[in-house]
Design a protein around this ligand. Structure first.
Ligand SMILES: Cc1cc2nc3c(=O)[nH]c(=O)nc-3n(C[C@H](O)[C@H](O)[C@H](O)COP(=O)(O)OP(=O)(O)OC[C@H]3O[C@@H](n4cnc5c(N)ncnc54)[C@H](O)[C@@H]3O)c2cc1C
Length: 400
């Protein structure tokens, strides 16, 4: 009997894991992917949607043809329940799916209640519908410009997106001839500029400080948000920052159905995993990408999360796939890659400029870390988007 691998989610983690496990076993395995969305979404380009530089068609593609051409079944549905003892997943409509091995790659949802007024009075860009709403708000803003506040709230981890949106906003203001009259403020939970939720990199604080000064951006560092009113953000220390447009990156949470999965998920809804990406509790359940819990080796005055970015998500998915293939062959799952030891590879876009971020490890202590600023970073980001969408659409997940 061929073994059954069930993968939940079809984005960076899910698509990679599903295709990689088929390749590892030369097709001698039944793989099914269940995903709430039938589209792959290149989330890193969401930063450009509000400014009309991309629309949803530019940064998505349907996953069914990709999966089916590799002999993988696709079911467009959300998982609503998981019983790891019975080895069953319930999906929309109540259907139950059994598995021999399960990969949870269901990513994140926004913590909408992070501060009162976040959902009602601020924009965000962390999901496609939210970025589309932010695009409408930005067009309205241009008719009636005024001050802008961009924030990464307490508990947020996706600081790269906040910085990218901040610098892209500054670039757009300059293009619209508004940069002298608009007060642009960055509010962040980070203990210092350029912490990025990964503890910072050499010279990062100075470099980010220089970028902010160059654009005339004011910053409030190591601060939380108390609440957001219509047209004003009130910080934890009581300071009130009026705005005509705002964008806030909130903390992320795991998907709701995982809370009922026999104690596998932590209080944020993430699955505790070993370095093999097997869950702590079950040898046949894996979690990769944002769905996997990651511990930060520090405490900050205002809480910050750890960004589980695209590259580590792919690495986790490949590690999980190699281990599942080993288990199916009757071997031990010996492939290990601790999250903190995965390389950090990222590009922070700044409109027509940017910073390439490279480090030997996601989390300190590190031997090497470097930030390379310049216009080539922007060009790299543009090229990478096209390359990555091509690679995933064709299912070439073995490529870098
Ligand atoms: C604005 C923004 C900018 C970013 N920029 C960068 C960047 O520049 N570089 C970088 O490396 N990373 C970046 N990231 C991070 C990157 O997007 C994540 O690392 C990546 O999306 C994680 O992939 P994932 O598969 O774990 O989760 P997700 O991308 O969240 O995918 C989750 C999948 O699960 C599905 N799903 C959800 N719920 C269910 C359910 N109940 N049942 C079944 N399926 C479900 C979803 O439909 C989706 O297919 C950015 C993120 C954001 C939000």
């Amino acid at each position: 009997m061929r073994k059954k691998v069930l993968v939940l989610g079809a984005n960076f983690g899910g698509l990679t894991a599903a295709l990689a496990v088929r390749h590892e076993l030369d097709g001698d395995v039944d793989v099914t992917v269940v995903s709430a969305s039938d589209q792959f979404l290149f989330n890193p380009s969401l930063i450009w949607l509000p400014f009309g530089k991309r629309d949803s068609a530019d940064i998505t593609f349907p996953v069914a043809p990709t999966l089916e051409s590799h002999g993988i079944e696709f079911i467009h549905a959300a998982a609503t329940g998981l019983d790891p003892v019975a080895k069953k997943v319930t999906i929309d409509g109540g259907r139950e799916l059994g598995y021999d091995y399960l990969v949870i790659a269901t990513g994140y949802r926004n913590k909408d209640d992070v501060v009162p007024g976040f959902k009602e009075n601020a924009n965000t860009i962390t999901t496609l519908p939210a970025a589309e709403r932010a695009a409408v708000a930005w067009r309205r803003y241009l008719d009636r410009p005024g001050d802008i506040v961009i924030a990464a709230s307490q508990g947020a981890g996706c600081f790269g997106a906040a910085y990218e949106f901040l610098f892209n906003t500054a670039y757009q203001l300059r293009k619209a001839g508004l940069h002298k009259q608009v007060k642009l403020t960055y509010v962040t939970a980070e203990p210092f500029l350029g912490h990025f939720g990964i503890g910072g990199l050499p010279h990062g604080e100075q470099l980010l400080g220089m970028f902010l000064r160059k654009e005339g951006i004011d910053a409030r560092i190591s601060t939380g948000i108390d609440h957001i009113d219509q047209g004003a953000m009130v910080l934890a220390d009581g300071e009130k920052l009026p705005f005509r447009f705002s964008m806030v990156v909130p903390p992320f949470l795991g998907q709701r159905f995982l809370a009922g999965a026999n104690g596998m998920a932590d209080e944020k809804g993430y699955i505790a995993v070993r370095d093999t990406y097997q869950s702590e509790k079950y040898d046949d359940v894996y979690a990769v990408g944002v769905a996997a819990a990651v511990d930060a080796p520090w405490q900050t005055p205002t809480p910050v999360g750890v960004p589980k970015t695209g590259f580590p998500t792919e690495e986790m998915a490949h590690t999980a796939a190699a281990n599942i293939a080993a288990q199916i062959r009757g071997e031990e799952p010996t492939h290990k890659k601790a999250f903190g030891d995965i390389k950090a590879v990222c590009v922070m876009d700044a409109g027509n400029n940017g910073v390439i971020i490279l480090a030997d490890k996601m989390l300190p202590p590190r031997k090497h870390g470097v930030l390379i600023p310049g216009p080539q970073a922007h060009l790299m980001k543009l090229g990478f988007e096209k390359y990555f969408l091509w690679k995933m659409r064709h299912g070439y997940v073995q490529l870098p």
